[in-house]
Design a protein around this ligand. Sequence first.
Ligand code: OOG
Ligand code: MG
Length: 258
Amino acid sequence: MIGPQDIAGDLIVAERERKAIGRFSDAQPDLDLDTAYRAQRAFVQSKIDAGERLVGYKLGLTSRNKQVAMGVDAPLYGRVTSGMICDYGEPVRLDRFIHPRVESEIAFLLARDVEPPATVISVLAATEVVFGAVDVLDSRYEGFKFALTDVVADNASAGGFYLGPVARRPEELEDLRLIGCVVRVGGEVIMTAASAAVMGHPAASVAWLANQLAAQGEGLKAGQLIFSGGVTAPVPVAAGGSVTFEFAGLGSIEVAGE
Ligand code: OOG
Ligand code: MG
């Protein structure tokens, strides 16, 4: 029976060597979520031990768009560390990742701790500003194929994150559920969605996270950055190609592969 430390060890090597591995759930179908989250903690701890700091969390599989794309129908969370934050305009370095994909998200910067039980209203009250954002995913599993436990252990495929150029306080936006997002590849529109795709309201995913963390004796803190989970389905990043994400009222983010 493989334990959380061994799972984390394999994922750390896969990430470092940029070599995808087979999923753990194949050999161990009874792998439970608790073990998977412990493996995630150990995986992230290796980054903290290397000098990174925890800057926040990411949600995953919080929209139908994402659940259908990945064949997994339950939400999850991962941890975001300082080394994952990319500068606006900087390309996705393909020599840093295994098989990166990008997707649109809404990011929340917290002004205050989010106390449990959290709701959309309490999350909005605790939010300093929101941004349009891009999640750069890089599953450490072959073919981006995983069961819920595998992807939890793999820190929700976290690779890199971009924040858009515009920060808005929630009350400055007419309706946070109606942030339109248009995804273009080579100028052509390939996907569109509104932020309500994420659990009916993107702040609902942050509330769900706060309540999950509370059950673990952890919590969302002032200053943390939370990524809502994908509004649109993921798009592969190719060398020389670029993907542009336009957010209504929150500017656009162009991500080029280099
Ligand atoms: C898993 C991570 C999910 C999201 O926003 O749904 C995620 C994956 O799709 O590789 O980041
Ligand atoms: Mg995502």
